[in-house]
Write a protein that binds this ligand. Structure first.
Ligand code: AMP
Length: 283
């Protein structure tokens, strides 16, 4: 695996590869890699001649300063994991290399997707995401880029950005990779206390029950039920639960048979914020 720290060096290397007609698959990450990230890389390896992974903890997408400072950094282990899945290129730039002396976001219009769910609770988050992903796309110029459904809203927003800005890259969504007990893998899981880590699978269990209920009850009833489940919980505090249209991400009011729905959840386990989602049946 070749590691690059500067835009210029990686650009020039990938340019040569492009001229040799190599296809490039790209997986942007913030590091502290786990099996979820690796599942994206493995998928990219199957379809592309060359796989590029970036590790960059992007300051402009953090609304919470402490979360940014405490974001886990495990570079040595990350490189080992990347080698284990035969990643070809790692881009690991500094904040200065990306933002120079202006750490700020571009303003985006994602046709309202940015105002739902995460957008309501994390101010400026998706402008930060749009800014870094667009910048990385310009540097790496990938043919395909891989994103996890774990961050489903982010995935839809990136697809929207690619369409609106006519970027020449195919966006591939990948399924959520979970721990054996059902907890969605996340770099933040390592920061959970023992009690909270033990309690956290309750999130996915509740999502699965909500999926079942959605077959027989309306979205408002299911939402109330989920909210009640968390009211009694000693370790987990619900920030939001919502059942939304996959396309618009707007909360569903009345089920329509031609639409796809998904349930989305954000929970605080102490100071650690966890998100998850599940596809719902719509019969
Ligand atoms: P992050 O490093 O958290 O920014 O994640 C980098 C990419 O990996 C994003 O596209 C995430 O959606 C994806 N990802 C993170 N966790 C998982 C998971 N448990 N399953 C699938 N994809 C994931």
């Amino acid at each position: 695996m070749i590691i690059f720290n500067t835009k210029q060096e990686i650009k020039s290397y990938l340019n040569t590869q492009n001229q040799a007609n190599k296809t490039i698959g790209f997986v942007p990450t913030m590091g502290a890699l786990h099996e979820g990230h690796l599942s994206l890389i493995k998928k990219a390896k199957k379809k592309n001649d060359l796989v590029v992974v970036s590790i960059f903890v992007n300051p402009t997408q953090f609304d919470n300063k402490e979360d940014l400072v405490k974001y886990p950094k495990t570079f040595e282990n990350d490189t080992k994991l990347l080698e284990s899945v035969s990643c070809d290129v790692l881009f690991f730039p500094s904040v200065e290399e990306i933002y120079e002396d202006n750490i700020s976001s571009e303003k985006f219009d994602f046709d309202g997707l940015e105002h739902q769910m995460e957008g309501k609770f994390r101010d400026g988050h998706f402008d930060g995401v749009g800014t870094i992903v667009k910048t990385l796309f310009e540097i790496v110029a990938p043919h395909r880029a891989y994103f996890g459904q774990k961050d489903f809203q982010q995935l839809q927003i990136i697809k929207k950005m690619v369409k609106k800005h006519r970027l020449n890259v195919k966006i591939k969504g990948c399924p959520i990779f979970r721990e054996k007990d059902g907890l969605a893998m996340s770099s933040r899981n390592t920061r959970l206390s023992k009690d909270r880590r033990a309690a956290a699978p309750f999130i996915y269990k509740t999502l699965k029950k909500a999926r079942k209920k959605f077959g027989i009850e309306n979205a408002i009833k299911v939402t109330e039920w989920v909210e009640n489940q968390f009211k009694k919980h000693p370790f987990l505090e619900l920030e939001y639960f919502t059942i939304a249209d996959e396309k618009t991400l707007k909360t569903v009011k009345k089920k329509e048979s031609n639409k796809k729905y998904r349930a989305f959840i954000a929970v605080f386990a102490g100071e650690i914020r966890l998100i998850d989602n599940i596809r719902l049946k719509n019969d």
